[in-house]
Design a protein around this ligand. Structure first.
Ligand code: NAD
Ligand code: UFG
Length: 338
């Protein structure tokens, strides 16, 4: 079975994708500098699946170190998760974000060309739809205007990958635009383990639940939405991971660039997330309402039809599953992987 290189494979989405790939019979090689993850996540993936991962510790920007991975392994396809992803930090450190996210992409493409690796799946984001496009987002919409450097790196990386596929006719590029991944593997052994104060809603809720944070602030309740709080397309990380297995199968059979939304198509509000987490896990989440957060859109959700039509993929898990599995991970690992 073919060998898949997961760049940034020790991270939240990479580790869950590794489980699904191993379960589907692929061999998995990871390359990660552990700047936002740790090798323990990969050990847990091996425990869950009973299979082995070949893990390299390196910076993907370091082309010599990366070439060694391609030299030592007969890689069939690459999944590019390796990026910095904190929106607020990207505003403070734009150069760091452009350097890391764009250089990792260029290094991977250069190595792929040299070693004749023809398939790359890229972790893009709904953020590329920007501010102008109406919801639900469809893949043929033009990329929009982003509100932060993180978002712009995704727009630029999509462009770079598309251009590479135009120039190299044998290349297959699959751009996966993730909506809001939450949840954890049902085993409770792997999950999201943010460093410092979580930026994202679900890890913050989970840390309030486990007593690491005193209370959640809900950012804004005066949006033009049914309950006044923002709505997002939350997707269970295991469903998302399975989407990557479908994308690999697609890339192996097709050439050129294709774009897919990976979302459920159903938005939930921040208040609904808190309510569902409380109900499913039979607990209270201490929360207050605060000011709007700069840059937040009122609503973001996918039209998920294309992934179903072409990849035969759709989400299977419910919001209840997402809330239950998040808590199962957090309560078993109150301090994450530490
Ligand atoms: P994550 O931070 O958990 O995983 C990213 C991994 O890449 C980490 O293990 C990190 O150590 C590694 N990495 C970063 N720079 C590297 C470098 N130069 N060399 C080697 N390794 C490097 O994040 P995640 O949530 O798993 O996200 C994976 C990808 O999906 C990212 O590109 C992210 O932007 C994208 N994405 C995430 C979300 C989300 O909400 N989680 C939404 C849309 C898109
Ligand atoms: N929120 C709160 N309180 C918090 C954290 C978040 O109320 O403490 C709210 C936000 O205001 C937003 C919703 O919860 O309304 C979701 O926020 P997240 O930060 O979890 O997610 P975003 O939709 O803002 O951002 C996510 C990813 C980005 C990506 C973007 C668009 O984190 O990487 O989706 O795809 F760019």
């Amino acid at each position: 079975m073919s060998k898949i290189l997961l760049a940034g494979g020790a991270g939240y989405i990479g580790s869950h994708t590794a489980v699904e790939l191993l379960n589907a019979g692929y061999e998995v090689v990871t390359a990660d500098n552990y700047s936002n993850s740790c090798p323990e996540a990969l050990k847990r993936v091996e425990k869950i699946t009973g299979k082995q991962i070949k893990a390299y510790e390196l910076d993907i920007k370091d082309i010599k170190a990366l070439e060694n991975v391609f030299e030592e392994n007969d890689i069939d396809s690459v999944i590019h998760f390796a990026g910095l992803k904190a929106v607020g930090e990207s505003v403070e450190k734009p150069v760091l974000y452009y350097r890391n996210n764009i250089d990792t992409t260029l290094s991977l493409l250069e190595c792929m060309e040299k070693y004749k690796v023809r398939n790359i799946i890229f972790s893009s984001s709904a953020t590329v739809y920007g501010e102008e496009n109406p919801v639900p987002y469809t893949e043929q919409m033009k990329r929009g205007t982003c509100t932060n450097p993180y978002g712009w790196t995704k727009v630029m990386m999509e462009q770079i990958l598309e251009d590479a596929a135009k120039a190299q006719k044998e290349l297959s590029v699959v751009l996966l635009r993730y909506f809001n991944p939450i949840g954890a593997h049902p085993s409770g052994m792997i999950g999201e383990d943010p460093q410092g104060i979580p930026n994202n809603l679900m890890p913050f809720v989970a840390q309030v639940a486990v007593g690491r944070r005193e209370k959640l602030t809900i950012f804004g309740k005066d949006y033009d939405t049914p309950d006044g709080t923002c709505r997002r397309d939350y997707i269970h990380v295991v469903d998302l991971a399975k989407g990557h297995v479908k994308a690999i199968e697609y890339a192996q059979k097709n050439k050129g660039t294709e774009v897919f939304n990976l979302g459920t198509g159903t938005p939930y509000s921040v208040a609904e997330i808190v309510d569902t987490f409380e109900r499913v896990n039979e607990m209270k989440i201490n929360h207050v309402y605060g000011e709007r957060r700069a840059g937040d859109l009122p609503e973001s959700y996918a039209n998920a039809d294309k992934a179903l039509e072409i990849l035969g993929w759709k989400t299977e898990k419910t919001l209840e599953d997402m809330c239950r599995d998040t808590w199962n991970w957090q309560k078993n690992n109150p301090n994450g992987y530490k």
